[in-house]
Every structure is written in structure tokens, then in C-alpha cells.
Design a binder for this molecule. Sequence first.
Ligand code: HEM
Length: 161
Amino acid sequence: MKKLIALTAFSLLSLGSGLAAAQAMDPPMKAVTPASAYPVAPAVGLYQAFGEQAGIRALMDDFVVRLKADARLAEAFKEANPANLAKQLTDQVCQLSGGPCVYKGPNMKEAHASMDITRGNFNALVEVLQQSMDAGGIPFTRQNQLLALLAPMHRDVVNVR
Ligand code: HEM
């Protein structure tokens, strides 16, 4: 039930994200970097709620292990280098959640352009992230606050419609 609520919230946020992004783009205009391409402000204290950089890294290490083990996603992630992927995700989530990191990898469109990714793949990845957050004891409200920041990325990541 909890998962259902989270996924529903996530889907709704995805729908509204275009509008939110458009509004947030109004002045001041800032340089668009890979991680700032989705200009939604993080909830206050979100970075701290995830245990700062070390907590986020532990979460992402666990997430990558689960991605590789998940029946729906294992094929897509079988060649991924766990340490590199966890590092990139950590920088990205750290920055998005209001931490001091800077994600220096490719933007989400470029990073996924060579793959065929469906909405189903995207939702499966979100479910796996929820499993990791549950296992890491991240409070449900905080989980949804992070998912709200990731939701707008679906339009760049999902490329099979
Ligand atoms: C909100 C959703 C997502 C986020 C934030 C995200 C983020 C990232 C990041 C930061 C990278 C590293 C880019 C690089 O350094 O080159 C990456 C790579 C990758 N992503 Fe995603 N991604 C998302 C969704 C997905 C989905 C749905 C799939 C497929 C099912 C996917 C498959 C991959 C694969 C296979 C790689 C390459 C990994 C490697 O070879 O190291 N991603 N993603």
C-alpha cells in the first residue's frame, strides 16, 4: 500500500513537473548544467535527512546492487561499473538534495541515449530505489521528496514511447 501511494505521488509529480519546471525557469536565469536542468528546489533538510554525502553514497551502493539483481533491470545494468555508477548517482543526488556536491557527468538525455528505456523501466527503477530507501530507514516523506526531484527526469530518460 505504501509503495502504491508513493508511486501514485510520483506519477502525479511527473505530470506536473513540466509546469513546475517552466515556472521555475523564470528569472533569474542560471546556467543549465546536467544537474540543474531540473530546477526544482529541494525540501529543507533533505540532504541531511539522507545522511549527507556518506549516507547518500551508502544508499547508492545498495541501490546499484539491487539494480543489478532486479529481474526487470539486471539486463540493462549488467555492464555497469558499480563504483562509478554509485559515485555519479551520489554526486547527482547530493547536489539535487541541496548538498555541496557537483555532478559532472553527462546530462540525463545523453547518458541514456544509447539505451531503449520505457516508462515501465523508469517505474521499475523508482521501485528499486524505494526498496533501498526503505532498507536504509529513510522516512517515507523524505523518500517522496527525493522522488519529486527525480520525477522530471523521465522526459529525458524515457526514450521509447
Ligand atoms: C530518475 C531516473 C534516473 C537517473 C537519475 C539516472 C541517473 C544516471 C546517472 C547519473 C548515470 C551515470 C552517467 C555517466 O556517468 O555516464 C546513469 C547511467 C546509466 N543509467 Fe540511468 N538514471 C535513471 C534512470 C535509468 C533507467 C530507467 C535506466 C534503464 C532501465 C537507466 C540505465 C542506466 C544505465 C545502463 C547507465 C550506464 C551505467 C554504466 O555503464 O555505468 N537509468 N544513470
